[in-house]
Ligand binder design. Sequence first.
Ligand code: NIG
Ligand code: FE
Length: 424
Amino acid sequence: MLIHSAAQLLTLTGGPQRGRSLGQLGLIEDGAVLIRDEKIMLVGKTADLRAAYPQEPTLDAFGCVVMPGFVDPHTHVIWGGDRAKEFERRLEGARYLDILAAGEGINATVRATRAAGMEALIAQTRSRLFRMFSHGTTTVEAKTGYGLQTATELRLFKALLALEEESRLDLAFTFLGAHAIPPEFQENPQGYVDLVCDTMLPILRQWWEVHAPGRLLPFVDVFCENSAFDLARSRQVLTRAQELGFPLKIHADEFENLGGASLAVELGAVSADHLVKTSAADIAALGASETVAVSLPCTPFGLAEHDYTPAHQFLDAGCILALATDCNPGTAWNESMQFVIALACRAMQLTPAQAIAASTINAAQAIRMADKVGSIEPGKQADLLVLSVPDYRHLGYRFGTNLVRQVIKKGRVYSVDVGYYRTA
Ligand code: NIG
Ligand code: FE
């Protein structure tokens, strides 16, 4: 299939974009892409590709923007229940960390998730994944972390593996057993950390070989925060995970600066995420490393807080900056990377081009998939979007509506929007 007549084809070629190099779109005017089976074969100008492949079935982009599918590298997409009441309580003045310390917040979702049947969990998560897909996300990272006991955490993985099997999306998996201290360990938090390290991680390792044979091991993540896992306990979990061969991630500096980003760098974690209260020393450490800095602007937005990731400090330090939704029931129930981009432009002063690169090639790097997705270049998976806009800056500029017209996943075309933009 030949996709042609893209007013702007954003290729995002050249690999992850570090520091001030962020925002190189590899823009081809009147661009075309040749797709065979599930892969991208050739990229160029419409006139050249149409002349070279006159018999090829075509998809006319009608003067729209064509770009890689979004990669969402940080979500908690699988959970039971909702926290609408907690949202209202926070608007009335209750604080997120106080609610968490009182055994509510994350633990309210843990109770609902433990109580939910497999079918209900799958059905609710399926609809969230579908909303992600129809808003242009073609690859998504999904964390466990609302089970917080061995059997339930494994049930969440089982559901996620089943969802990936049936869905159009590609998933990357993360174990977040260290998300909160569960109710039954409130008096003995160290006991829970030991359970994660001595029981859950080794069992997961064996379980994975049986239930996801041939697949890379999932990431292991930890919520490094005083009301969850302090720096020493975060180190204990991540060090144990590393000994067992798991790749690492961390939730760091969402509310307080504990040094989690430097811990991530020291352990060679694939990414450090949130990064709102990060110190200058931690930012410098990230900038000198391969660890991707993942910013989640929906979280301060969802909590109505003032501080966001100081993105330009991260870029000045040479960090590989990525964006994600953090989709979760507590702080940020949002499935749309388009909204993340709009927010990043305003609250973090990124340009649309920077936010787009952070949501595609750099986001792919944050889940170790930059060799396969995140850009439009020969050999890569054919995951593309046709947006119903004539200029890429409409991403960021516009917000709250869906600008995706078609999603092309592994070479198959799915229509989202019936309207389209046509030049002249
Ligand atoms: O990334 N910070 C920890 N986890 C989520 C919130 C989870 C919840 O409140 O349910 C986050 O913001
Ligand atoms: Fe998170």
